[in-house]
Structures are given as structure tokens and as C-alpha cells.
Design a protein around this ligand. Structure first.
Ligand code: CP
Ligand code: NVA
Length: 302
């Protein structure tokens, strides 16, 4: 039976730990994996722009001996041309996996139902699982393991916060989400993460209060306005400004590392000095996108 990666919520701790292990192996010993996807083709369908996800999948698949076909649904005029189920069913006729970045999670669910090959979520409105796996790979490289991780996500309750909560909860980490009022993580996601944390011994929490980040080694933020959100920045800026990731906040929490999935908006959600400073994990996170995704591809297709 094929397995999809839509959210990670249906993957076990053992499965995620073995993905992290495999990602580290592919990173340390790339020559051993040069034929891991020999003869395999991946169709990558993007409804939204991407730098990191698109390039890290394409180059990563190439390094494993496979081939990726990139489909830009907007420029290629594929958007709205046919039902997501028909796209999924057809792409699966030729491809060994489908990677898709979409507006609505429902599109991925429909594609996965119609596709006989694995569908991998490359970001949707609700989740960004490949990002979260790369982030916990980065944390594992820093700490040597993931269970002692205390991470505070500060900013908009969005796809990135949701996946950090779910993946962190499965892995047994302590993940705290701190948002302005009106930008909270959805209750269902918090409940789902809390249930997963109970199984793993992890901890999750949600708050509006920045002091909830005290004692975290990692402070993480993301854009205040996600792709597709047309709210004018001026409308939300004052509300988000106190949640900016900056040196004062890092010092007051005693945090050692700053994280951001990127694209980052310098001196809005995170200050330039943190992005470029010693505490920055941003480029390590970006590099690890490829290794984490390669592990996912090998495990689903290899
Ligand atoms: N972090 C991330 O997914 O970046 P892109 O939007 O550039 O792919
Ligand atoms: N939350 C952001 C993540 C970008 C990688 C967005 O959806 O635009």
C-alpha cells in the first residue's frame, strides 16, 4: 500500500526518528545514495511560489539518481483546468510520486485519494511537514537528540507553527506557540498535538504571553502574512511588532538559537542582526530541507 505524507500526524515516533537518522546518513555519505531513486520520476506541482522547496526537491532528487518534472500551475495555466482528483490520477500514471504545494489542504487530500503513488505535501494552508522535519533535523544536529528540545514559535499561527507542533509532539519535544490575539493556532490542531504529546511524553502549549518562551533554547518565527493572505501589512503590523524576534527577546528568554523557515522579512518578524548572527540556524535549516526530503523520498519510494 502506498503511503502519503500530508501532515505527519499519522506517522509514528519511530518512523520520524528513522527519517531523521536516514537524513543524517544521506547528508554524511551522499555517494551511498546516488542510485537510491534510480529510474524514478517525481512530478512537482506548485500553485504558489517557492525558492527553497522547489530547488531542494529538484536538486535532491537529482542527487539520488531520480528525475523531477516541475509544473507551475499558474504560469502553465493548469490552475482551474481540471479537478484535483483528475490531476492526481493522471500524474500517477507516469510519476512514482507527486510533490504538491497548494492553497487548500483539501486539494492534497483529493489528489492523494485519486493517486496510486505517494503524495507529498510541499506546503498548504494548514501544514508544512517537510519544513518541520528539516527543522527537527537541524535541532538534532545542534542537541544530538530531539527530546530535550524546548522551542518557542513566536508569531502567526499558521502552516509552519502547526507542523512544528505536530512533529514536535510526535518526537517528544517541548513546543510552545506564542501568537498575538486573533492569530492563534486552530483549536483542533492544538488538541491533536496535545494527544500526540501525551503518547510521546512531549509537551505543547499556546499562549499570547512572550514569557512563555523563557528557558527555550530555540526561538522560531515566520512571516506575519502567509502566501495568499492579502491583509495589508499596515493593518497588522502594530499587533505583531511586540512579537518580533530580536536580540532583546533572545536575551530575555535565555535562548541560544534563532530559527525561521524563510522567506524572511528583514527587520519585520526577525531582525537582520539575528539572521546574520552567530545564533542563526536559518541556512542550516534551508540546507536540511534537501536532506530531510531525500529521506522522505527514499522511505516512500526507495
Ligand atoms: N521555507 C520554504 O518553504 O521556502 P519556499 O517557500 O521558498 O519554498
Ligand atoms: N507561512 C509561510 C511559509 C512559507 C514557507 C507561507 O505559507 O507563506
Amino acid at each position: 500500500m502506498k503511503k502519503d505524507l500530508l501532515t505527519f500526524a499519522d506517522w509514528s515516533k519511530a518512523e520520524l526518528l528513522s527519517l531523521l537518522e536516514l537524513a543524517q546518513q544521506t547528508k554524511q555519505n551522499p555517494s551511498a545514495y546516488r542510485k537510491a531513486l534510480d529510474g524514478k520520476a517525481v512530478a512537482a506541482l506548485f500553485e504558489k511560489p517557492s525558492l527553497r522547496t522547489r530547488v531542494s526537491f529538484d536538486i535532491g532528487i537529482n542527487k539520488l539518481g531520480g528525475h523531477m518534472v516541475y509544473l507551475d500551475s499558474q504560469a502553465g495555466k493548469l490552475a482551474g483546468r481540471e479537478d484535483a482528483r483528475d490531476m492526481g490520477g493522471n500524474l500517477a500514471c507516469w510519476a512514482d510520486a507527486i510533490v504538491a504545494r497548494v492553497y487548500s489542504h483539501h486539494t492534497l487530500v483529493q489528489m492523494a485519494e485519486a493517486s496510486k503513488v505517494p503524495v507529498i505535501n510541499a506546503l498548504c494552508d494548514l501544514y508544512h511537514p517537510c519544513q518541520a522535519l528539516a527543522d527537527f533535523l537541524t535541532i538534532k544536529e545542534v542537541l544530538g537528540e530531539v527530546e530535550s528540545c524546548r522551542l518557542a514559535y513566536i508569531g502567526d499561527g499558521n502552516n509552519v507553527s502547526n507542523s512544528l507542533l505536530l512533529v514536535g509532539a510526535i518526537l517528544g519535544a517541548d513546543v510552545r506557540v506564542i501568537t498575538p490575539v486573533g492569530h492563534e493556532v486552530k483549536q483542533e490542531i492544538l488538541e491533536q498535538a496535545a494527544a500526540l504529546a501525551q503518547i510521546s511524553g512531549g509537551k505543547i502549549s499556546a499562549s499570547h504571553d512572550l514569557s512563555a518562551a523563557d528557558g527555550c533554547q530555540f526561538l522560531y518565527t515566520d512571516t506575519w502574512l502567509s502566501m495568499g493572505d492579502t491583509t495589508p501589512l499596515a493593518e497588522i503590523k502594530d499587533k505583531f511588532q511586540p512579537y518580533q524576534l530580536n536580540k532583546t527577546l533572545m536575551d530575555s528568554c535565555g535562548a541560544s538559537y534563532a530559527m525561521h523557515c524563510q522567506p524572511a522579512h528583514r527587520d519585520l518578524e526577525i531582525t537582520s542582526d539575528l539572521i546574520d548572527g552567530e545564533c542563526s540556524l536559518l541556512l542550516q535549516q534551508a540546507e536540511n530541507r534537501m536532506h530531510a526530503q531525500n529521506a522522505i523520498l527514499i522511505s516512500l519510494l526507495g
